[in-house]
Ligand binder design. Sequence first.
Ligand SMILES: Cc1ncc(COP(=O)(O)O)c(C=O)c1O
Length: 400
Amino acid sequence: MKYDFTSRLERAGFDAVAVDGVGKGNAPAAPREGFDLIPMWVADMNFPCVPSVQRALVARAQHPVFGYFEPREEYFQKIIEWQHRRNGVEGLEPRHIGYENGVLGGLVSTLQSFCNPGDKVLVHSPTYIGFTHSIENAGFRIVNSPLVIRDGVWRMDFDDMEQKLAEQRIHAVVFCSPHNPCGRVWEREEIEQAMELFRRYGCTVVSDEIWSDIILPGHRHVPTQSVSEDARMRTVALYAPSKTFNLAGLVGSYHVIYSDYLRDRVNSASSKSCYNEMNVLSMHALLGAYEPEGYEWVDELRQVIAGNVDFALGYMAEHFEGVTACRPQGTYMLFIDCGEWCRAHGKGIVDVERAAWDVGVAVQDGRMFHGPCHVRMNLALPLSRVQEAFDRLDRYVFNA
Ligand SMILES: Cc1ncc(COP(=O)(O)O)c(C=O)c1O
């Protein structure tokens, strides 16, 4: 590998909620004495970012003025090139791209543009906790359509979706592609079928594609807007370099909206707080990320994650009877079902978590994502740390 995915990073004291946040609120408890923390909960990575990001930030920081600014033309061109080369997107123009502080902010602005408080929004479950919080916090009601596991793969239940859209008169959908926490990379036919339903029931679609760069071998991301002309015009797609390059602390994402009407409404809603403004360093971070080195780095990252996924699933199958997970096709998350193990051992998910947290394996409570007896595990760590985590789970949790 050209880039560093093996060094153990010391994040304590460097502004990391994954490390400094343990022991607070809903976070994992801190480990007991004698065990160091292996952060596997927050969705950021324990890898250094691509060097071109740091170089871009340092270069800009050396100029001593940080006044008001406009995004550079290069900002739009780099996004267009990224979307073209990674996702095969054609016809994307600067005017279709808009800045959003966060993907969740873009999602809420879209809902605020097309729904009234109290209106229902269709979301698949398991559900990313950020969706649950931000949609409810903004005054909308979530209607979950459960994904179902068929032949070891999470699938949408189109009958359930249709019934809910029709009976509950739902006109807004949040679609997560790839899906967090299930790791599904939706196939074109699945997206087509979903978008056809959304067309039939007159839904505005928020397509959260923040994970679209982290696609594992054998899969390909299909942008929701690419499946039909109708999908292109009824969808607000949200992207960011933050998940891909570990830049969440710098803040900054963007929307792609082809319909002038949708875009004007979303921009209008996003502007109301006066907070939705780009930070100059965050712009330079994106410019650094979308350099040629960034393309190479992401390809290496995907191989590293694939290796970690193989290790984790192999270890579970061999050593942890009654603990299962569908193989993720994208993202770096594993959504682990401990139901069978818990039933066989007369334990609950809280017992599993406490035992794991106690020995420093800081996984996240899956109930937040609607997994009744699940944990969500972040695998974006050096393989040696993932191996250490599984060794501890073996000795102190599942085969104690
Ligand atoms: C599916 C999904 N959407 C959005 C976010 C958060 O995005 P942002 O920080 O840009 O609001 C995350 C973070 O984990 C995520 O998994």
